[in-house]
Design a protein. Structure first.
Length: 212
């Protein structure tokens, strides 16, 4: 079962990936982790990645996708994998197909932008210990104060309203074409993301045919 998980920042992809890994026993493969692993292993591709990163340059698609193809050929992916963070663009999706990386299902967790904004702009993080809160879903006992260490709670730059809106614009611009591409291949599965975590997971397992 080879899966791609799509969803806007804050849609809950990471949480769902963890649950699917637990249920199906397949690895979740993140591009960031893969690049670091390739560099650690000192493969030819890894050495090229290191050179780009040392120069502070973006790693080209061709190189990233070469590492993806190398990673999914490893024994722990024999029964399937979840791709996280790739493909991000139509060109990457086409290149994955060209490299023979088979994808069975592309699951898109659909959450309204207004809900995402509420989730992300409501987050507060302790400036001292890093504990995470939410003004609605997980409010601290005293407003602006961490329950654990009494440190002051702050809004991360990533969670500022204008940053969240920009990230959503970027996501929609690149992902809508991806959804169209995989829909034409009959692989796209849309999941209603405005539900509780377990209901979303049950729905994902049902649409990929893994529900017991």
């Amino acid at each position: 079962m080879n899966l791609i998980l799509l969803g806007a920042p804050g849609a809950g992809k990471g949480t769902q990936a963890e649950l699917i890994v637990e249920k199906l026993g397949i690895p979740s493969i993140s591009t960031g982790n893969m690049l670091r692993e390739a560099m650690r292993n000192g493969t030819d591709l890894g050495k090229q990645v290191k050179q780009y990163m040392d120069e502070g340059s973006l790693v080209p698609d061709e190189l990233i996708l070469g590492i993806v193809a190398e990673r999914v050929a490893q024994p722990d992916c024999a029964n399937g994998f979840i791709l996280d963070g790739v493909p991000r663009t139509l060109a990457q999706a086409e290149a994955l197909d060209a490299k023979g990386v088979r994808i069975d299902h592309v699951v898109s967790i659909e959450v309204d932008d207004s809900v995402i904004e509420g989730r992300m702009t409501g987050r507060r993080v302790c400036s001292n210990c890093g504990a995470s809160y939410h003004v609605v879903a997980n409010a601290p006992k005293t407003e602006g104060v961490c329950d654990l260490c009494q440190g002051s709670l702050i809004i991360r730059k990533d969670d500022a309203p204008e940053t969240v809106r920009h990230r959503l614009e970027v996501y929609h611009a690149s992902t809508e074409v991806l959804k169209q591409y995989y829909n034409q291949q009959g692989k796209l599965r849309l999941i209603e993301g405005n539900q509780d975590i377990q209901s979303i997971n049950d729905q994902i397992l049902t649409v990929i045919g893994a529900k017991a």
